[in-house]
Design a protein around this ligand. Structure first.
Ligand SMILES: [Zn+2]
Length: 386
């Protein structure tokens, strides 16, 4: 089984290299927009789509024209990739996965380009075709073969490289669970484990919100187009980035610990969308359940362990983990309840025990083989990006 990891590192280009990076991103944006325009016009003229082959040869011709000869300075693989990206955007549109592809604008901060073939990485440097070796802050070793790389500038003006690496994972079933655990995800406690451990939901985002509000207010007072406005804008972006880094670090530590300590992690497959519609949405998003589940899943896979999703229609809260009776009168506000068998339950702890029991039942019944992530690329933390 082939798995992919995405590594993200901050780049440290020299001033001259930065100019080159902007130029590459500019060429990519130009070709992306040109291709989008070409497709629209071709369709209007012929009533059918232009083929990828024809578009590719038109691109070759474009590089010979006096006005667009500068495109020769950009890596040709990178430009071909831009054509494929437009292809994919249309494909997603026709499959109703996204809206109609839009033009890329400098103003909206589209500074990115992608190199599709194997990317070279050496001594804390990454090779960018037509630019050269650029220093990076490599916070960890890259395992496996590098496949492609995306170079991107964020809103605060920093450049990052995201490398996709592929590695082989022996396709064997993990051994029978010896240290299984059930996890109940909640709002006040981010999770309650079946062995009684509790972790409170982080307040990072909310703390960030005050700061963010101040930064945004400050921004709104600045004159459009002024130098100070640009500065205020970057400040807002920095506050955003800091909060998101904190959340990301917190979740990664949590999921790493969980997958190190236990070998079978049973979690409820929550409907994040359903929950987010309630007034509690802010804290749910803070806690980032979806990301939590995703990380537990791939980290378990990498460590030859199991992550089991228990169906969300399983009555984890209303079921007594002692006698198996379902309590239909339990409401959302009941934090504790007494079962007819005489057991006094903590709502969340009882739920996590039920989730564990159900997870182990699924393992025993052999329903879990297809649950773990297969071949889906996953992103690693940015390391010390802040
Ligand atoms: Zn009971």
């Amino acid at each position: 089984m082939k798995l992919r990891k995405v590594y993200r590192f901050r780049m440290r280009p020299t001033k001259a290299q930065e100019v080159d990076l902007y130029r590459m991103a500019g060429a990519r944006r130009f070709i992306y927009n040109w291709s989008l325009d070409r497709r629209k016009n071709y369709y209007a003229e012929h009533g059918k789509g232009i083929t990828a082959k024809q578009l590719s040869s038109e691109l070759t011709a474009l590089k010979q024209e006096p006005d667009t000869m500068w495109l020769k300075e950009a890596d040709s693989q990178m430009l071909q990739q831009a054509l494929r990206d437009v292809d994919r955007a249309f494909d997603a549109f026709f499959k109703k996965r996204s809206r109609f592809p839009r033009f890329r604008s400098k103003k909206a901060g589209h500074f990115a380009f992608r190199i599709p073939q194997r990317v070279r990485l050496e001594d804390g440097k990454v090779y960018v075709p037509k630019v050269g070796w650029i220093r990076i802050r490599q916070s960890r070793e890259v395992e496996g073969k590098t496949k492609s790389a995306t170079f991107k500038r964020d809103a605060t003006g920093h450049w990052y490289v995201a490398l996709t690496a592929e590695f082989e994972m022996p396709d064997v079933e993990p051994p029978a669970p010896r240290t299984p655990v059930g996890v109940d995800l909640g709002l006040k406690d981010l999770f309650v484990l079946s062995d009684g451990e509790r972790v409170r939901a982080p307040k990072f985002a909310r703390k960030g919100t005050n700061k963010l509000r101040r930064a945004q207010k400050n921004l709104s007072r600045k004159k459009p187009g002024s130098h100070r406005r640009e500065k205020a804008k970057r400040r807002v972006a920095r506050v955003h980035r800091k909060a998101s880094n904190q959340r990301s670090d917190f979740l990664h530590k949590l999921t790493t610990n969980l997958t190190q300590e236990y070998d079978c992690i049973c979690v409820e497959d929550l409907s994040i969308k359903g929950l987010a519609r309630t007034k509690l949405s802010r804290s749910i998003l803070d806690a980032a359940f979806g990301e939590f589940l995703r990380q537990v899943e791939y980290k378990a896979t990498w460590n030859f362990k199991r992550s089991i999703k228990v169906g969300r229609f399983f009555p984890s809260t209303k079921l007594c983990s002692n006698c198996g009776v379902v309590n239909p009168n339990l409401t959302l506000s009941d934090r504790t309840w007494l079962c007819c068998c005489g057991t006094q339950h903590d709502r969340d702890l009882n739920a996590s025990r039920n989730i564990l029991a159900e997870g182990l039942r699924l393992v025993a019944a052999g329903h879990t083989e297809t649950q773990n992530a297969r071949g889906e690329p996953v992103s690693l933390p940015t390391g010390s990006a802040a």
